[in-house]
Design a protein around this ligand. Structure first.
Ligand SMILES: [Ca+2]
Ligand SMILES: [Ca+2]
Length: 506
């Protein structure tokens, strides 16, 4: 892989579990591995990935009434799942009214008309499909087809994203979780850096812990390089750290194993549980980066196959939405306890690598809510280094290759932990469209108007966020300037030539 591309990808570090190697922070040593784990077309024919998703959903049964499971099926209806990722393409299964609500686009593509909110990379769409896709006519349903998604785009077409963008996105989700129509109860973060900074002080860790303590179940993938490490922010002990199981191509669980790529962790921090994450079939984003780079992963016209702890996390996020529809009063700690207590150990148990075992949503849906689930880990301080939080994941100037490093965000604004920590904890890190001293998105909104009709499902449109330019003399201005990434990568009849409404959807 060419150096330049890799540099940018590290920025994304991770967001992707989809391509088992590059996007996921795997690093150069693994760059030669196949990008997508394929099992051939037979996979879909025998069920495999799709069957694994379907089994999770059907196993959830229905609502428990008077101690027995009602016949009413759980779909996640009414539950909002925030997806901080590479955007969501409006493909069938995700384009029906009310299915996807666009939060701010905080990605480097937010300044390019036509790219906002949508998924030039293909990863976010795959996650969205697993979590809440619903296209019965097309033969695809995710785990929670009745849930709605809050799309907070942070990654560009190649996955490039800085930690400061992810933290800003988490802060936004926390601040707007109770906005009309959102009801954000779950946050999916199929993202992680190789930060070795203790989670007790890491700012990204603090951000997810804050979300958790505000009542949001944060589901984070543990990484895909198979190492004894859990990526940040899954390293935070409060959140749900999810590794990947390999169904080995059969519906029975007796032959399931820990996926070879799934990070094992250590005695101190390892996956809390694992979920099916190998060769899952989900929605395809036609014309996206992975779609054009890995055409062999296509399954028919609408579907795409991918593997990773990203996918496993998405399965868990959808499953949590089912539980929260069933019992809206569950706290994040109770949800975590339910999933851990009911998980099925693998035939070959591995309490570190696979944690409590494989997700068993059916049993979780029937287990009484634990009364003493409160986690008592030492509270994170968030006072550590932003640069350390990046690990080796850095975005780079597309023209010069200079990386964004140090205690500053993508606008070059200094990172002042003591100020941010207080604001984040109080849900005030955002003021209107301003975060950490810069205008990150549309300024015509205030915290008050967001909380009212502006964000109502029926009235939200993407237009309001358009038109902001990045500061011309900031680092980001230089790296995102007149189409460095967009122009170089997608002009010439590829990406720039078709918007999501274009012919590729015909
Ligand atoms: Ca199996
Ligand atoms: Ca069980």
């Amino acid at each position: 892989m060419e150096t330049r591309r890799w540099v940018r990808r590290t920025g994304m570090g991770v967001m992707a579990a989809l391509l088992a190697t590059t996007p996921f922070g795997a690093g150069p040593a693994q760059a030669a591995e196949p990008a997508v784990e394929l099992a051939g077309n037979a996979w879909i024919d025998i069920g495999g990935g799709n069957a694994a998703i379907a089994a999770v959903r059907s196993a959830a049964g229905g609502k428990v009434k008077n101690g027995t499971v009602d016949t009413a099926s759980l779909t996640g209806a009414g539950i909002g799942v925030a997806l901080i990722d590479s955007g969501i393409a409006p493909v069938p299964g995700l384009n029906q009214p009310g299915k996807v609500i666009n939060g701010p686009d905080l990605s480097f593509e937010s300044q390019t008309p036509g790219l906002q909110y949508s998924d030039t990379y293909g990863h976010g769409t795959h996650m969205a499909g697993i979590i809440a896709g619903s296209d019965p006519a097309g033969g695809f349903e995710g785990v929670a087809p009745g849930a709605h998604l809050i799309n907070v785009k942070t990654a560009a077409y190649d996955g490039a994203v800085d930690v400061s963008q992810v933290i800003a996105a988490i802060d936004w989700v926390v601040a707007h979780r109770n906005d009309p129509g959102l009801n954000i109860r779950v946050l999916n973060l199929s993202f992680g850096t190789d930060s070795i900074q203790p989670s007790l002080i890491d700012p990204l860790s603090y951000a997810v812990e804050t979300a958790w303590k505000k009542g949001i179940v944060v589901v984070a993938s543990t990484g895909n390089d198979g190492t004894a490490r859990v990526t940040m922010p899954a390293a935070n002990p409060y959140v749900l750290a999810v590794g990947a199981a390999d169904s080995n191509g059969t519906e029975t669980r007796t032959d399931d194993t820990l996926a070879t790529f799934s990070n094992r962790g250590t005695v101190l921090r390892h996956p809390d549980l694992i979920a099916t994450g190998r060769s899952l079939v989900s929605l395809r984003a036609p014309g996206s980066y992975i779609d054009t780079q890995y055409p062999a992963a296509r399954v028919g016209d609408k579907l795409f196959r991918g593997s990773g702890t990203s996918q496993a996390a998405a399965v868990v996020s959808g499953s949590v939405a089912l539980l929260l529809q069933q019992r809206p009063g569950l706290t994040p700690d109770q949800v975590k306890q339910l999933l851990i207590r009911t998980a099925d150990p693998l035939a070959k148990p591995d309490p570190i690598g696979s944690g409590a075992g494989q997700l068993d949503i059916a049993e979780a849906a029937t287990l009484i809510a634990p009364l003493n689930a409160t986690q008592v880990w030492p509270a994170a301080t968030g006072l550590g280094s932003l640069e350390a939080s990046r690990g080796t994941s850095h975005v780079a100037d597309g023209a010069t290759g200079v990386e964004l490093t140090g205690e500053r965000d993508i606008f070059g604004m200094p990172w002042v932990p003591v100020t941010w920590v207080v604001n984040a904890r109080n849900g005030k890190a955002w003021t209107g469209g301003t975060w950490n001293g810069s205008v990150w998105s549309g300024s015509s909104y205030t915290g008050t108007s967001w909380a009212s009709s502006t964000w109502a499902l029926a009235t939200w449109t993407g237009r309001s966020w358009a038109g902001r330019s990045w500061a011309g003399d900031s680092w980001a201005g230089r790296s995102w300037n007149g189409g460095t990434w967009t122009g170089r990568s997608w002009n010439g009849g590829t990406w720039a030539g078709r918007s999501w409404a274009g012919r590729s959807w015909a």
